[in-house]
Design a binder for this molecule. Structure first.
Ligand SMILES: NC(=O)c1ccc[n+]([C@@H]2O[C@H](COP(=O)([O-])OP(=O)(O)OC[C@H]3O[C@@H](n4cnc5c(N)ncnc54)[C@H](OP(=O)(O)O)[C@@H]3O)[C@@H](O)[C@H]2O)c1
Length: 301
């Protein structure tokens, strides 16, 4: 069987880590490059990486992901999330490479009361969301052979995420204030990695005619951040004595973060199932796996 080369940008990031650690069942040779070796805003870096690794497909996990800081670093967020994505797409077109590009539920305002479809109107309410939407638009414009995968609430054993923050704080404080008026679909990085690799395999190693474009992928069931925190604490308590006694439900307004977040942030995932047979995983299974791994492998939290 012929092996195909897949180049992953944003190496060392949360999702890239799970891509590299997945038990990839497909004939794909994965290479990740961190920012220091491949800055997606630098044409010379991208050209050098393409020449060195001779990829057949690119997965772009590189992004500026500091949602609150982006409110104060707008230029940098747009440079990476819009212009970097555009540069990659332009060079992918020149080299005839398909691009799997990651985007976010934060392109929506969260005012809808039921799950967002891929072609619902966007209305990002944060700089981060606006910059990611900018990235989507340039990728669509520059390159026909693209898949934009919008995901939400990524958590894994590596990198910064809500799960690790809650475990850490639950071991330090006796009460926590968690937002209860925002609903999300937390999604294990490992499941997103599996979905990406399956799409890559379908593109490179199957006879499937690919329906290029935008797809949604997230776990079920939807949950408020407050209720998600309660499940995290319950699970983590199986491994460690926690100090937290009370979980206070507060509003996003009370928390008063720099960036606004969507109120109802649920993605409809029918299209990816119909097109690629990729089903929504249940985040509780992924959560159990991640927390077990964090404690049993004594990984940094
Ligand atoms: N995390 C979430 O909950 C979430 C939700 C929805 C969508 N997404 C999207 O999913 C994708 C993966 O997210 P993630 O959680 O894996 O993010 P992450 O952990 O922040 O990883 C992103 C990586 O990109 C690197 N990077 C930053 N600027 C770069 C540049 N100019 N060139 C190359 N690399 C650069 C970062 O390096 P430094 O750390 O050194 O800056 C980091 O290693 C992103 O597109 C993100 O927007 C994430």
């Amino acid at each position: 069987m012929i092996t195909r080369n897949v180049l992953i940008t944003g190496g060392g990031g949360q999702l890239a880590w799970d891509l590299m650690n997945s038990m990839c069942p497909f004939p794909l040779e994965l290479t990740e490059l961190p920012l220091e070796q491949l800055d997606i805003t630098k044409e010379t870096d991208v050209e050098r990486a393409f020449a060195t690794y001779q990829p057949h497909l690119i997965i772009n996990t590189a992004a500026y992901t500091a949602v609150d800081k982006a409110e104060e670093e707008k230029a940098l967020a747009f440079k990476v999330n819009r212009d970097g994505a555009g540069l990659l797409a332009k060079l992918c077109k020149q080299h005839r490479l398909p691009l799997l590009h990651l985007s976010t539920d934060y392109v929506f305002d969260g005012e809808k009361k039921f799950a967002y479809l891929e072609n619902d109107p966007v209305n990002p309410i944060s700089v981060y969301g606006q910059s990611k939407w900018g990235g989507e638009e340039v990728v669509r414009k520059q390159l026909h052979e693209h898949i934009i995968l919008r995901v939400s609430g990524i958590f894994g054993v590596h990198g910064h995420n809500f799960v690790k923050t809650i475990i850490k704080l639950a071991g330090q404080r006796d009460s926590l204030d968690i937002v209860h008026d925002q609903t999300t679909c937390p999604t294990p990085a490992a499941d997103i990695a599996d979905a990406l690799l399956q799409i890559a395999n379908n593109i490179l190693c199957s006879n499937q005619i690919i329906n290029w474009g935008t797809y949604h992928y997230c776990s079920s069931p939807s949950v408020t951040w407050h209720d998600f925190a309660a499940v995290i604490i319950e699970e983590a308590a199986n491994y460690q004595t926690l100090t937290v006694k009370t979980l206070n439900a507060i509003t996003a307004k009370q928390l008063n973060l720099l960036a606004k977040r969507p109120g109802y942030s649920v993605l409809n995932c029918d299209k990816i199932f119909n097109e690629f047979g990729i089903a929504r995983p249940n985040w509780k299974i992924g959560l159990t796996r991640v927390i077990r791994e964090l404690f049993c492998e004594k990984l940094p939290i």
